[in-house]
Design a protein around this ligand. Structure first.
Ligand code: C5P
Length: 303
């Protein structure tokens, strides 16, 4: 056993998020294509002598420290599943926006599973870790594998996808988040009385990824939650318009929002877009990220 593990985990964008009808279990069937992008949270897990789970934030991020924190729930699940008696401290340094539609909370759960596997030498494979992750939340399994992948079911059944090249993203971050259940509820409200078909992953979008064709990918980006996110936060429409006017290959609300992701042609184009969006005054915080990148990884440990 080691006594400390540091795990780095990226955020994600949904290149496609097609939402089926509401099911009896309160979830929606999804057909989604995830891509991990280079905004990272870093978790430091330390074994404690006590039997507690302690969440420590970097102070400024304002993450919950109890059961509402998905990392806390993941640590509880791991201790229960593997009869771990020692407590665990989890220090979270955040770069992924909180409640931003980039799976920040889920990524912290994924990283906790990977970190505890390493701390206690459990020797779990990725599939086993993803299965545990799906007990915590629909987005957790993807944060463990990362890269580019299709998600079906609740979005928790992951199949890797061939993707060539690097994609350059410009992310417009909001100062306040959106609640995922609230966005799904709003989506149901907007679609009331409509016949909603079972969702399917777009073959054309997959082809764009296979060819590494950013231009065509930009036109295929689609998110069924976008109208709902824009309805709850109308400023997102303006941000989307401004990014497209400034020449983004495509723009989309990421997951349940409110982060807006714009696809650029290359690094230089991404830099131009950052400058244009920042000077437009409609977005407070604009950052660049590249995808795909690998999922949760132990970056250092110490015995
Ligand atoms: O699984 P997770 O806890 O991340 O999901 C948060 C909420 O998002 C769920 O409680 C549900 O309201 C909504 N959701 C959904 N259908 C999915 C995934 C999430 O309705 N496939």
């Amino acid at each position: 056993m080691i006594d400390r593990a540091v795990v780095r985990v990226p955020g994600k964008i949904n290149l496609q998020l097609s939402v089926g009808p509401l099911q009896k279990d309160g979830y929606h069937e999804l057909a989604t294509v995830f891509q991990s992008v280079s905004l990272y949270d870093e978790l430091t897990l330390t074994v404690l002598d006590s039997d507690e789970i302690v969440i420590e934030s970097d102070g400024k991020s304002g993450i919950p420290d109890g059961k509402e924190n998905l990392a806390f729930r993941a640590a509880e699940l791991m201790r229960r599943s593997f009869e771990i008696e020692s407590g665990i401290a989890i220090k979270i340094k955040k770069e992924i926006p909180i409640a931003g539609g980039m799976a920040g909370g889920s990524a912290n759960a994924g990283a906790t599973i990977v970190g505890i596997d390493s701390l206690f030498g459990l020797g779990l494979n990725r599939n086993e870790m993803e299965k545990l992750g799906s007990e915590i939340g629909a987005d957790v399994p993807f944060t463990i594998s990362g890269g580019t992948a299709i998600g079906t079911g609740r979005g928790d059944r992951i199949t890797p996808v061939l993707s060539r090249g690097a994609y350059h993203w410009v992310l417009a971050l909001s100062s306040s988040g959106l609640s995922t259940p609230a966005v799904y509820n709003e989506c149901d409200r907007l679609r009331e009385g409509m016949d909603i078909a079972a969702p399917h992953v777009s073959d054309e979008l997959l082809q764009s990824l296979t060819h590494g064709d950013a231009k065509s990918l930009g036109k295929k980006l689609v998110n069924d939650l976008q109208p709902a996110a824009c309805s709850l936060k109308p400023a997102l429409r303006l941000i989307l318009d401004v990014g497209i006017d400034y020449g983004a290959l495509g723009g989309i609300v990421s997951g349940s929002g409110p982060t807006v992701a714009f696809l650029a042609e290359n690094e230089e184009h991404a830099l131009d877009l950052v400058v244009a969006l920042t000077s437009s005054g409609v977005v407070g915080n604009v950052v660049r990220a590249q995808g795909p990148v690998p999922g949760a990884r132990v970056v250092s440990d110490r015995t």
